[in-house]
Write a protein that binds this ligand. Sequence first.
Ligand code: CA
Length: 485
Amino acid sequence: MYPIVPLTKSPMLLLFFTAVLFAIGPTAYGAEPGKLNVLLMFADDLNCDLHCYGHPRVKTPNLDRLAARGVLFERAYCQFPLCSPSRSSFLTGRRPNTTRVHRNPGGGEGKPQTSPHFREAIPETITLPQLFRNNGYYAARVGKLYHYGVPAQIGTNGFDDPPSWEQAFNPSGRDKAEEDKIFTLIPKSYGAVLSWLAAEGTDAEQTDGLIAAQAVKVIEQQRDKPFFLGVGFFRPHTPYVAPKKYFDLYKPDEIKLAELSADDQTRTPAPAYASAKKEQENLTVALRQEAIQAYWASISFMDAQVGLVLDGLDRSGLTDKTLIVFSSDHGYHLSDHGLWQKMSLFERSSRVPLIIAGPGIKAAGKTSTSLAELVDIYPTLADLAGLPTPDYLEGKSLKPVLNDPTATVKSAAFTQVRRGEFDGYAVRTDRFRYITWEQGRRGEQLFDLQADPRETKNLAHDPAYATTVAEMKQRIEGYSMPVTK
Ligand SMILES: [Ca+2]
């Protein structure tokens, strides 16, 4: 043990520490002594169909190797299953009822995007990258971190937050230039509509390939500052565009479609299924299988780009000085529950992959079933990097779980969504998922995820679960606050 002596009272000790610092000298570029870099990687619209999450088919060798040296969170949840509300939440560390971002901004191709931006409700908030900037970091973004209309705004700044970054890079690739080749359920519509293309050419020509290459360049640039690098991939968001070789990994006729429960077939309660779109109804089995093949191909393609960034970090010698987070803004349906895409409060749309790796993480290589929320990323990274956080953050540091995967920092995770004039709220506990639509007036759902992981049997009206429902209602009341529309 070292003697504990206040430095100011011990000139000799101060001299000693100064001498030690000079002896160590400047460390490798990109990292000041004791300061860790941050590499925050996000995929868009990615669910947990990943090999490292136990999926039997989808190939994700690069996320697998990241998981092998990090902690994989089995139960991580977004706060809102839509791009801008989710991203505004986790990048500010505040929940959607605080950011007041409950929908994507208006605008589109050739038009500026309009509100809501979180700075309208919380103008002075310090975002996650901004916190690092304020503490002497170089903060840069490559691709989609805040909201972007996809694919309309690829190559632009999207709906960015300029105070967050010192530099931002907006690559645009062949997927954007050759949109007319894409198969889509609605002609000339690619963003919100199921659409896909097995593309000619190389990974490097695609937007996500360019994003990976740019991210590696940023890492390689010699800097006298530590970095906070946000890397946002556009895939597997629609249109599912990936080079052909990734489509060849999956045979559509071998893809088994999920069975529908009685509630799925009658769509009860109605708001639970209101994210369904007209053009997604009555798709043939073959088209559904092709869409899933294309989504999985886009995952494997995106995974390969993650691998390029990880390789670049390894080559720079900074891997052991860098905190790495990989996640997605929300989950995704692939015809399960009769739904596609996002905007539901089922497990599939709310649950996200979350892997955290870096120096000093004691549970590296372990999987945790402790509950986590995307809003926890901000306090976790600040905690690991030793930065003080604003007191208004609404998540919790996951550091205890990173050191012991059986530790828990919260007993519930919350996700909310808007249905026109009313909201739905979901709470996920260790065992249950409870969902309430307009304070129960438009329906309630309770699923026992231990017995029924696919959410086929709604127990909300079963008298045997009355106590559980009452407890869950109380949790939602404690979470939600009145929202001014
Ligand atoms: Ca998204």
